[in-house]
Ligand binder design. Structure first.
Ligand code: ADP
Ligand code: 3PG
Ligand code: MG
Length: 408
């Protein structure tokens, strides 16, 4: 569970040009303005650390999934927001390699920040191209790469993998903090460890579910994931969103649970909803009806767990030492179906002695909105969607693996 990589604190960066890879893949409004600057704020400790040491900080990031050069996915608006947050001038350079970068770095002075244009405007980024990575290092003349884009470290791309062949590469403060919080919560938790798993991307959540069968003391399941498991067990879930053809996967999950806790304790360990909140359609005015399993009509959509299930869940959460939550428990974008997720957020925010670790893009968005951006109400809200999921599932992350090892 210890972090076996060098970090920015371990290398002599003073007054040097350094590259910092951040994840500024931020949600945008339809007019191109930034909707949520959570990931920009999360990068500030590393940037401030480097600026205090007189570094010239050259930041690289991706934004969205552009096909070639798409001006609406420029990082220029991020440069402006970052400048406001850091209270320093951030120079935006409209490429991430080549002469314009060279000249901007040459003109810069220690203590200055440059943000380079979206890496994914070049196909070399996602192709993990050695030549592309080398051209970034050469244009900037950077002496170190600081990997702080936690949200992107599950990708083996040029800025997370290939680049480490050309410049000594260490972890930033965010990457280290994310790694330690997420791995500690699952490998060395304050017990009982309760996992709450919901959301819609069922295939992605199975890995986490399997790992928590080993590690957790109980698992609460909601969202479309719960609908899928109920449907695979023969419960009629009407027109609810489920993932088809999951019977084998669900059977192997139930088998693993039986092997761990014995056939009589399966329901106590793997807690599925026993009532559901349903509606006939998904919209702001849809009426929330709570029904028991067996009472769902063919045109009903189960969009949240039911009120009795919520009450039971909160009882379990009250006893937890650690709660790891991944995936909203209902269709939380609509208030009527955010009841369970909001009750869970409230319980975690008010139980100060419970360690709460929240991962997953939509789940983090939900709790940040619920708390009015006060992440201090929780022990850790991850900036990583896929990255937090893969780390919690026990996978290794290429963007961390490629960093320099700390001496043993
Ligand atoms: P995360 O991004 O936190 O990992 P997912 O992407 O797997 O989570 O799932 C979040 C999405 O799941 C949300 O958009 C939410 O509306 C949806 N969702 C949750 N419960 C349901 C449900 N019962 N029916 C349909 N969609 C659901
Ligand atoms: C994310 O938002 O999860 C990361 O920035 C990675 O983005 P990607 O899924 O487009 O690789
Ligand atoms: Mg999601």
């Amino acid at each position: 569970m210890s972090f076996r990589k060098l970090s920015i604190r371990d290398v002599p960066i003073d007054r040097k040009v350094i590259l910092v890879r951040t994840d500024y893949n931020v949600p945008l409004n339809s007019d191109g303005t930034i909707r949520d600057d959570f990931r920009i704020k999360a990068s500030l400790p590393t940037l401030r650390f480097a600026l205090k040491r007189g570094c010239t900080v050259v930041i690289i990031s991706h934004l969205g999934r552009p096909k070639g050069h798409q001006p609406e996915l420029s990082l220029a608006p991020v440069a402006e927001r970052l400048g406001d947050l850091l209270s320093v001038n951030v120079t935006f350079v409209d490429d991430c390699r080549g002469d314009r970068v060279k000249s901007a770095v040459r003109k810069s002075r220690p203590g200055e920040v440059l943000l380079l244009e979206n890496l994914r405007f070049h196909e070399g980024e996602e192709a993990n191209s050695l030549d592309f990575a080398k051209s970034i290092v050469e244009a900037t003349g950077a002496r170190y790469l600081v990997q702080d884009g936690f949200g992107a470290v599950h990708r083996a791309h040029a800025s997370t993998s290939a680049i480490t062949n050309y410049v000594p590469s260490v972890a930033g403060l965010l990457v280290k903090k994310e790694y330690l919080h997420l791995t500690k919560a699952i490998e060395k938790p304050k017990r009982p460890l309760v996992a709450v798993i919901g959301g819609a991307k069922v295939a992605d959540k199975i890995g986490i579910l399997e790992r928590f069968i080993d590690q957790a003391d109980s698992i609460i399941v909601g969202g479309a994931l719960a609908n899928t498991i109920l449907a695979a067990q023969g419960v009629d879930v009407g027109a609810s969103r489920i993932e088809e053809n999951q019977a084998d996967t669900v059977n192997s999950i139930l088998e693993a649970v039986r092997a761990k806790v014995g056939p009589n304790s399966v329901d106590k360990f793997l807690v599925l909803p026993h009532d559901l909140a349903v509606a006939k359609s998904i919209n702001e005015t849809a009426k929330r009806r709570v029904v028991r399993l067996g009472e769902i009509e063919t045109d009903d959509l189960a969009l949240d767990i039911g009120d009795e299930t919520i009450t039971d869940m909160i009882q379990t959460i009250k006893r937890a030492g650690t709660v790891v939550w991944n995936g909203t428990l209902g269709y939380a974008e609509i208030e009527a179906f955010a009841h369970s997720s909001a009750r869970l957020a409230l319980a975690l925010a008010s139980q100060e002695s419970t360690i709460s670790v929240i991962g997953g893009g939509d789940t983090a968005d939900f709790v940040m909105k619920w708390s009015n951006n006060d992440r201090s109400l929780f022990s850790h809200v991850s900036t990583g969607g896929g990255a937090s999921l893969e780390l919690l599932s026990g996978k290794t992350l290429p963007g961390i693996e490629s960093l320099l090892n700390a001496p043993k």
